[in-house]
Design a protein around this ligand. Structure first.
Ligand SMILES: Nc1ncnc2c1ncn2[C@@H]1O[C@H](COP(=O)(O)OP(=O)(O)OP(=O)(O)O)[C@@H](O)[C@H]1O
Ligand SMILES: [Mg+2]
Length: 395
């Protein structure tokens, strides 16, 4: 039995790719539609919904007349390095292209460029290059040619902007935002498109850099929703298709009741826990009680959820964190918080002017959801974690 035991085919933590990726067909199609219209896309979703997985899937699909590449820019430390990476990514796309092969190989020779790879790195003999100018010049050239459209799928861009802003490079962050906007609006850049995403709210970061009036209106925002309608059951069937532990209808209903918020990540955490426990028991038959036990066990191993708190601590100034954390602790203990109660807390923290910005940010990042003039946790997992992390609460 043990030797034939088959675990569900899931990945937990890093992006789901290949056989581990359940196609988010509608969202992917929406992204393609916007790219076809010439738009830049900003993928928005609460944490862990699957943005990176969607981007990687799109990047791995070939389409006629498109050249795509995915890259995570979190580790970049300066504006110039950002442009250097973008330039390398554009080169790596053109390297795969078919329509201007000869022109491109001459271009590389002239520029003394070699060893291009998919991560955006390349070797160049000339030194002291201004990569922004180089991108601008290359795009100007490409615009005159009949060539594929280049799509750069750039992940963790808010993290990069946040890093620059926090480390005395606000001007560099601001200049990146400005250049992205200029490329988007300039006809000369028609051959270049971006799909952007990140795991912290980009609006929060851009506001911090550009001021509250900043907008991202030039980007087409696409929301990645949680699994909807029968998608959740379909997902359960898909993830457990070859697995030893199966879920009948009653178990599916119970699992849905426990999780409430249906994204592959939370479902995967449950499948994994349930599978491991069943394997230990050497019994593939599971009951609703096993589902309940798994729910508790997932929370006990709280490394998954501690990261949600850490994000807030890392990205918010302390005074902002204290305010939002008090809201979250309140909800964890009371189930909900009314707008009036939020306002009362805003008075205490001197945030009566912009308190709803913080609340909206928590909604957008998938911590809480609005229900009739009040707010509650989106996921019971998070709620239980926040309470166990903050067991004492005095108003
Ligand atoms: N389409 C999918 N198919 C299967 N599993 C998925 C899918 N999307 C997400 N997951 C699960 O969710 C986890 C997180 O996915 P991913 O990294 O793509 O999310 P994210 O929205 O980019 O997260 P973050 O906000 O932390 O950047 C994966 O490790 C996997 O368990
Ligand atoms: Mg991600």
């Amino acid at each position: 039995m043990e030797k034939d035991w088959k675990s569900p085919e899931i990945i937990i933590g890093s992006a789901a790719i290949g056989n581990y990726y359940y196609h988010r067909t509608e969202t992917e199609q929406e992204v393609w539609n916007e790219l076809d219209k010439g738009n830049y896309v900003l993928l928005i979703a609460p944490r862990r919904v699957g943005k990176t997985s969607i981007m990687k899937s799109i990047a791995s699909q070939g389409r006629p007349n498109y050249l795509l590449v995915f890259n995570n820019v979190q580790g970049i430390r300066s504006e110039n390095d950002f442009y250097k990476t973008l330039y390398g990514l554009v080169l790596s796309c053109l390297d795969k292209g078919k329509q201007i092969k000869e022109w491109f190989s001459n271009y590389l020779k002239n520029r003394t460029i070699s060893e291009i790879d998919m991560s955006g790195s390349f070797k160049i003999e000339k030194e002291q290059i201004n990569y922004l100018d180089e991108i601008n010049r290359l795009m100007h050239e490409l615009n005159k040619k009949n060539t594929e459209t280049i799509v750069l799928l750039i992940d963790e861009i808010p993290e990069l902007l946040h890093y620059l802003n926090k480390n005395g490079k606000k001007d560099e962050a601001s200049s990146i935002i400005k250049n992205l906007r200029q490329w988007r609006q300039n006809q000369e850049f028609n051959k270049l498109r971006f799909v952007l995403a990140g795991s912290i709210g980009i609006h929060y970061v851009v506001n911090a850099i550009e001021g509250r009036s900043a907008d991202l209106n030039d980007l087409c925002i696409i929301n990645c929703p949680p699994l909807e309608g029968n998608e959740t059951d379909e997902y359960i069937n898909w993830a457990t298709r070859n697995a030893t532990v199966k879920y009948n209808n009653a178990l599916k209903i119970h699992l849905r009741e426990r999780i409430q918020y249906f994204v592959p990540y939370f479902l995967n955490l449950m499948f994994d826990e349930i599978n491991n426990a069943a394997r230990k028991r050497k019994n593939e038959v599971i009951t609703t009680q096993h589902i309940d036990e798994a729910f508790e066990a997932v929370i006990q191993k709280n490394k998954h959820f501690a990261d949600w708190k850490k994000r807030l601590v890392d990205y918010m100034p302390k005074a902002d964190f204290d305010f939002v954390n008090e809201i979250l602790i309140h909800i964890a203990h009371n189930g909900t918080i009314s707008i009036q109660e939020i306002y009362n807390k805003a008075t205490k923290y001197n945030k009566t002017i912009d308190y709803m910005d913080f609340v909206n940010e928590l909604v957008q990042d998938g911590y809480i959801k609005a229900t009739d003039q009040s707010y509650q946790f989106l996921s019971p997992f998070l709620k239980t974690f926040w309470k166990s992390n903050n067991p004492i609460y005095h108003v």
